[in-house]
Write a new protein. Structure first.
Length: 453
């Protein structure tokens, strides 16, 4: 396979971030509008400052259950009536929980928008979380959890998150016992505590003028009552301490390959070095032109692909690299990963490597953000991650300004192999001795319980 080509030539597509029209209702709800009447549709995304990190550890998975049962019934309609109403209006309505935030999103035709958003308001403000629907969704999640345990990528990711984030809620994963504890009263309690207009942002984009959006927002969401007291949020543990290099092995008997996940804790999404790190990662492993791919696949033939990416959250994040390799080259592949990490932090990158990375990132960004829904997503990201108001207007400039020296300093500062966290999924009988040659190894089973090596 040849090197990955940028999506465009040196002639970078002009991109002017259109921005949004913004206003706030008396109850504290922030509304942002992207007027882009290309199609007779309107996209919406209602975001809440509530995420899985705020769920009690013993109730891990409650965010996902809340998302899957939110539209399963309200004080006025049952699930079937809600679904029929969405379909009749030619719309879509979904909900999702993430580590930091919760989103309700979808779209409606422009001429059915008012009725559609009235239904959205009802689902968001008045869910009842029927017992039978909570029980059904719990069983679905238990089945999904069982299936995930057969996925090496899931097992490696779960272990790596725990290694990187330690006692922080980012490291908490749902399991059978936590799902079994969750009752509808827990979901109702989380909803009452965190689903408030003053902690929410409504993004709408498409065939809707700002003046019309204001009228609809006041009409449909203006009566949503703000709380008299701010939601009580738990104090989260600090993530300031550095971590020593560690190797954890998840024993998966008779595994045909070794799945390697390597991570180094980084900063939060709003850190000023984000763009420098983004370019650095692109050079190192952000695609088939990256050094990791070229070395582990093209030169050594250890894997079909080796990649890296940034996993950044509101409070912290990490750099992630991963590959699936043959068991007999497990240790050799890990050493190659570490060699490339060391190299990018000690040797200046080539000018063409830097130009290729910048060209790609600057070229793909306009293509990914042509629609009203994507612009609305950017605006919501700017608000929720606390980015400067003019952040997206100067984003491409910051990518273009990254220098060879910036890449060297960024890699040497943040990508330090002495802090590398390594999670490997594979057959311990085949690979444990290899890994022990690299350092101490702690072994776990597929349920993430420590076992004797």
């Amino acid at each position: 396979m040849g090197k990955e080509k940028p999506p465009i030539s040196d002639q970078i597509i002009d991109f002017a971030y259109p921005g949004t029209d913004s206003f706030a209702l008396d109850n504290g709800l922030t509304v942002q509008v992207v007027h882009q009447p290309v199609l007779p549709k309107v996209f919406f995304r209602l975001g809440f400052r509530f995420g899985d990190k705020l769920v009690p550890r013993e109730l891990a998975g409650a965010g996902d259950l809340l998302a899957s049962t939110l539209k399963k019934g309200t004080a006025h309609r049952g699930y079937e009536e809600i679904v029929e109403g969405i379909e009749r209006l030619g719309g879509e309505l979904d909900a999702a929980s993430s580590p930091d935030f919760f989103f309700v999103a979808g779209e409606f035709l422009a001429h059915t928008l008012e009725e559609g958003l009235r239904l959205v308001r009802e689902v968001v403000e008045e869910p009842v979380f029927p017992e039978e629907e909570v029980a059904k969704e719990r069983q679905i999640q238990l089945a999904e959890l069982h299936n995930q345990k057969s996925s090496p990528a899931y097992l490696a990711s779960r272990r790596l998150y725990k290694m990187v984030f330690g006692t922080h809620p980012y490291a908490v994963f749902k399991d059978e016992s936590s799902l079994a504890r969750i009752q509808r009263t827990h979901l109702s309690g989380l909803h009452a505590q965190y689903f408030r207009p003053e902690d929410a942002v409504l993004m709408v984009g498409g065939d809707l003028a700002p003046k019309e959006a204001h009228g609809l927002a006041v009409q449909l969401f203006g009566a949503w009552k703000a709380s008299k007291q701010r939601a009580q949020r738990p104090t989260l543990p600090s993530l300031d301490s550095t971590q020593p290099r560690r190797i954890h092995l998840i024993h998966r008997p008779q595994a045909a390959q070794s799945t390697l996940y390597l991570g180094i804790r980084l900063f939060a999404r709003n850190h000023p070095d984000y763009e420098k790190m983004l370019v650095t990662n692109k050079i190192l492993g952000g695609g088939a032109s990256g050094r990791l791919f070229m070395n582990l696949r093209e030169e050594k033939g250890y894997t079909y692909g080796a990649y890296s990416q940034l996993q950044l959250h509101q409070e912290a994040g990490f750099w992630l690299a991963h590959a699936d390799v043959r068991p007999e080259v497990t240790a050799a592949a890990l050493e190659t990963f570490q060699e490339e990490i060391l190299r990018i932090g000690t040797e200046p990158v080539e000018t063409e490597e830097l130009r290729t990375a910048q060209r790609y990132l600057m070229g793909i960004f306009p293509l990914q953000n042509e629609t009203a829904s994507s612009v609305a997503r950017l605006a919501l990201e700017q608000i929720f991650y606390g980015l400067p108001e003019d952040y997206w207007r100067h984003y491409l400039e910051r990518i273009a300004q990254v220098s060879i020296e910036d890449v060297l300093q960024t890699a040497s500062r943040y990508l330090r192999t002495e802090h590398l966290q390594i999670a490997v999924v594979g057959d311990a009988d085949k690979i444990l001795a290899q890994l022990q040659a690299l350092g101490p190894v702690q072994v776990f089973d597929v349920n993430d319980h420590p076992i004797q090596a």
